[in-house]
Design a protein. Sequence first.
Length: 91
Amino acid sequence: MQQQEPGLRVYQMKEIPPKCPSCEDPLFEVLENEYKTYVFDPASGTYKDHEWKGDIEIRCPNCNATLWDVFPDGACNYVSEDEKKADEVNE
Ligand SMILES: [Zn+2]
């Protein structure tokens, strides 16, 4: 693996956000809403996170389209195509 100065790398590589598949706007902002379900736990008298009944919604702030195709792992886990290629080269 090749060592590079992080600051230099950011300067050289120009990352652009993916486009919304619906309105074609660059996704500089993404709306992500997480809906949680809590279950009352009689033993402790508190509510616990439901293990499977949760939902996450990812939407375009411009046209409100859902963006699961663009962010299958959620917006916070998104890695640009250029970054993926760079990783492959380094391995
Ligand atoms: Zn859109």
